[in-house]
Design a protein around this ligand. Structure first.
Ligand code: NAP
Length: 427
């Protein structure tokens, strides 16, 4: 029997794997996303509706979106908060508004993608907020299904991307002896598709786990093997160091490693698969064999290797511009700077104006690069400034091309590195 299914989070890792499977079954899909126009052309057979969990907290907003819906799937979530997205809005307020509207319309089949560990022992805000929504759903809807997956492995997954990158490091980092029980995305999708057809009676919480518990470094070794890289040794990262890095990143907010996610890692992520097996009759594949179902390509190896180099490239290019601005304004002898400017025809009052304007521009471009502000515009300006400086120097001071430290010739690889930074920053 085909159904009208509303999916929130259809553009995410789970959502994007789920969509083709549901379409193949002939279901009618209504997808709630933040930017429907960009997806409508890609999947024209799906009805894309605008919804934003950071503000849609009133059930009234949800009612018209759920007309004649048979099944609701909530696959929206974040692993870390940002300046625009917080756990309370995304994991609690919006889902509860959605569940309340569904309840008012009498929609019985609501499937919430929660997370393994969203239980009474949870301490991380990620898990605590997931659990709040799970509890609210159980209270509202007697037939709700709550799936609590462990780490899900598959192409495009946030954790898969991170683990693949960690697996390319010269040594496999060993962060914790706690075990995790990853499950493949194909198995998660198969379980959801099966549950939609064979909806369990009474509300159900199912922990979705793979059949094998392993440490993170054991999983990373499987990823290294998947990437077709030679095996390497593990290196134990001391816990105090991890805590300091995580604490620092609570403030810096770069990537998803922070005190909350470190706490989740140290807690481990395992469960008994028996209830999942008896309810779904699906036995998850092993991660090793599952990884071979989507063999790593050169693109996978590139992406994995570039993941940690991407912020490094942006930070070093940003620091270079900032440093150049500071050196020009304060450290390089002003007399020498004026001599160089004079050689290009800039003298008198124009010399300090030109010197300090260029220093300010370089510093602004450096700071904007460091904080990742309007990177396209900033890269455009950097290229323009570099090309302009290079042309002027070539014309008026060609001898600088022969400087033994490559004062000007270094601009060429820097131009290319800046273009690579633009490509890497545009996700
Ligand atoms: N992947 C795992 O290993 C794993 C394991 C356990 C539990 N889970 C849970 O499963 C759910 C889905 O995970 P995932 O891996 O698919 O995550 P994901 O790839 O990060 O996708 C998250 C989805 O949420 C949407 N979203 C983010 N902010 C939104 C907002 N303000 N309004 C509306 N939609 C918004 C995203 O839409 P945009 O495209 O607009 O950003 C995207 O579709 C999450 O709740 C996650 O916690 C995942």
């Amino acid at each position: 029997m085909t159904m009208r299914i509303f999916i929130a989070g259809a553009t995410g890792f789970i959502g994007q794997h789920l969509l083709p499977a549901l379409l193949a079954e002939g279901h009618e899909i209504i997808a709630g996303v933040r930017q429907p126009q960009t997806w409508q052309t890609r999947f024209p057979t799906i009805d894309w509706l605008r919804c934003d969990y950071s503000k849609d907290h009133d059930p009234q907003i949800w009612l018209p979106r759920l007309t004649n819906i048979d099944v609701i799937i909530n696959a929206v979530g974040i692993i870390t908060e940002t300046s625009k997205q917080n756990f309370t809005d995304l994991h609690v307020k919006a889902p509860i508004a959605l569940f309340t509207a569904a309840n008012q319309l009498g929609i019985k089949k609501i499937l919430q993608i929660s997370a393994l560990g969203a239980d009474a022992a949870a301490t991380s805000q990620y898990h605590v907020t997931k659990r709040t929504a799970d509890e609210a759903l159980v209270a509202l809807s007697p037939n709700a299904v709550i799936l609590q997956p462990s780490i899900i492995v598959g192409r495009g997954g946030g954790s898969t991307t991170l683990f693949a990158a960690m697996a390319t490091l010269p040594w496999i980092p060993s962060l914790s002896s706690a075990k995790i029980q990853p499950i493949l995305i194909n198995d998660v999708v198969a379980i959801i598709v099966k549950l939609i057809h064979n909806w369990p009676t009474g509300s159900k919480r199912l922990e979705l786990v793979g059949m094998e518990a392993m440490t993170l470094s054991q999983l990373l070794k499987l990823f290294r093997n998947w990437l077709n890289l030679k095996p390497t040794n593990s290196i134990k990262i001391p816990l105090p160091l991890l805590k300091v890095i995580a604490k620092g990143n609570d403030w810096l907010k770069m990537g998803s490693f922070n005190s909350d996610t470190l706490g989740m890692l140290l807690r481990g992520n395992c469960a008994n698969p028996a209830p999942m097996l008896s309810t779904t009759k699906i036995t998850p594949s092993s991660i090793r064999s599952g990884l071979q179902t989507f063999p790593a390509t050169t693109a996978d190896r590139w992406y994995a290797r570039l993941l940690f180099l991407q912020p490094l490239l942006r930070i070093t290019i940003g620091l270079l511009w900032l440093f150049t601005g500071i050196v020009s304004a304060f450290l390089y002898p002003v007399v020498e700077s004026y001599k160089l400017l004079a050689a290009t025809g800039v003298t008198g009052l124009f010399a300090p104006i030109m010197l300090y304007s260029a220093a300010i521009l370089d510093s602004i471009l450096g700071i904007a690069t460091l904080i990742g502000y309007k990177i396209r515009l900033v890269v455009g300006l950097q290229l323009l400034v570099m090309i302009t400086y290079t042309v002027i120097i070539t014309w008026f001071l060609p001898e600088l091309w022969l400087h033994p430290f490559g004062a000007i010739s270094k601009n060429i690889p820097l131009l290319v590195a800046t273009l690579i930074m633009l490509v890497l920053e545009e996700q």
